[in-house]
Design a protein around this ligand. Structure first.
Ligand code: G3I
Length: 369
């Protein structure tokens, strides 16, 4: 068992007081050995995590400060937060995270300028009437939105998920949204071009969740086709964000190594940088027993990360949260035995788990880039 930190540090600096309830949580436990950030840096990889502005527990923030060199707001830069009403722009939640990152010397990613999926657009945007010249008006709206968001954060955001999840996993085609109705594929091109214009120093990324398990074949094919089209049309895209929610749909044991390598080879062959943007391990089809489950999660992670780190084009690696109690998976894909999922490097009491050891081991084994 690792040693508890000698003192509880209050590390709320930077997150806005209004957004934060009182501190109620226990002490975090320090992991032994170098931080994940240090292990990653030795290999030329920037390690980080998502952070939600709702999270206030000092031990959780201590873990981020100890382990991460990079932060991405989990929800705060999504259009449904920034612009839940037409012509209104709320940057306060994103700003709280930007302050936390700045105050703690962490870099920041942005997620996401165009989540081209109707489920995550505000109602007013779904109902929008782009008027008699829909292509012109949709382009005007999109460029204006991207300009506002990019210029608000300026150079602090080193890398943007410009477009997120525009491929429908069932068909492999671009999803229908108000933007594709008005502009077709051009909405993707316009989003990247506007991001280049208004965030000229940032890395521009296409981000999606196609995974390596059986069942993702059509999704992978569609994403590769999109990456090809982006290159063919000279759209300014620098990187390919592989979300890496592995074990999805309970298929943790059905990884397709060969097909996955072919898929990644296809992307790097088109000269895209690679990022792991949202890593976690869904343990839905692993046993209830904690030790057995943690071992299964750790083994799946090591298997996956060894393959991914073998690509020197990969130089950013983010977990989608650092402790189990704050993982999106608890609410979204509950286990049938009703026990909480254990998908992240630290448990709900902020103790490092075998998954953290697996991540550290994979980083130690990774070739330098
Ligand atoms: O803010 C409301 C709150 O007022 C309300 O009481 C509560 C009740 O449901 O919902 C709150 O908002 C939730 C929000 O998370 C903040 O907790 C939304 O309903 C919920 O849909 C939202 O889920 C997020 C989801 O994206 C949709 O935006 C998850 O936290 C977040 O982890 C997840 O992240 C996505 C990435 O952006 C893209 N890739 C997949 C990844 C996991 O789904």
């Amino acid at each position: 068992m690792p040693n508890p930190l000698p003192t509880r540090r209050h590390v709320l600096a930077g997150l806005s007081a209004a957004a934060l309830p009182a501190i109620v949580s226990p002490t975090a436990f320090a992991a032994t050995g170098p931080s994940l950030r240090a292990l990653a840096a030795e290999k030329g990889i920037l390690f980080g995590s998502a952070l939600s502005a709702r999270i206030s527990e000092a031990p959780y923030l201590d873990i981020l400060k100890a382990e991460c060199g990079l932060i991405v707001p989990e929800n705060e830069l999504k259009v449904y937060v920034i612009s839940s009403q037409p012509d209104r722009f709320n940057f306060a939640p994103g700003d709280a995270i930007a302050s936390f990152a700045r105050d703690n010397g962490m870099k920041m990613r942005g997620h996401t300028l165009l989540w081209n999926k109707v489920e995550f657009m505000p109602k007013w945007l779904l109902d929008i009437d782009f008027g008699s010249n829909p292509a012109r008006e949709a382009e005007r709206y999109l460029r204006d939105y991207i300009k506002r968001v990019c210029t608000h954060y300026g150079d602090q955001i080193i890398s943007w998920d410009v477009v997120n999840e525009t491929i429908d996993p069932k068909t492999g085609e671009i999803r229908d949204t108000p933007f594709t109705k008005a502009l077709g594929f051009d909405c993707i091109r316009i989003a990247f071009e506007a991001a280049r214009e208004y965030a000229p120093k940032a890395q521009l990324v296409y981000n999606d969740y196609m995974s390596w398990e059986r069942g993702n074949e059509t999704h992978r094919k569609g994403v590769l086709k999109l990456l090809e089209t982006l290159r063919a049309k000279n759209v300014p895209v620098d990187g390919f964000g592989i979300q890496s929610h592995i074990g999805n749909d309970g298929h943790i044991k059905e990884a397709q190594h060969e097909q996955w390598r072919a898929f990644i080879d296809g992307a790097v062959g088109m000269n895209y940088k690679l990022l792991i943007t949202e890593f976690d391990v869904n343990d839905k089809d692993l046993p209830t027993d904690t030790a057995a489950r943690d071992a299964g999660v750790a083994a799946a992670a090591k298997d996956y990360l060894d393959l991914m780190f073998s690509y020197k084009q990969l130089d950013q690696f983010l977990c989608w949260g650092m402790s189990d109690n704050h993982s999106w998976l608890q609410g979204w894909t509950p286990r049938t035995d009703k026990t909480p999922q254990r998908p992240t490097p630290y448990d709900a009491q902020y103790r490092p788990k075998p998954l953290r050891d697996a991540i550290a081991a994979a980083l130690k084994a990774a070739p330098k880039r």
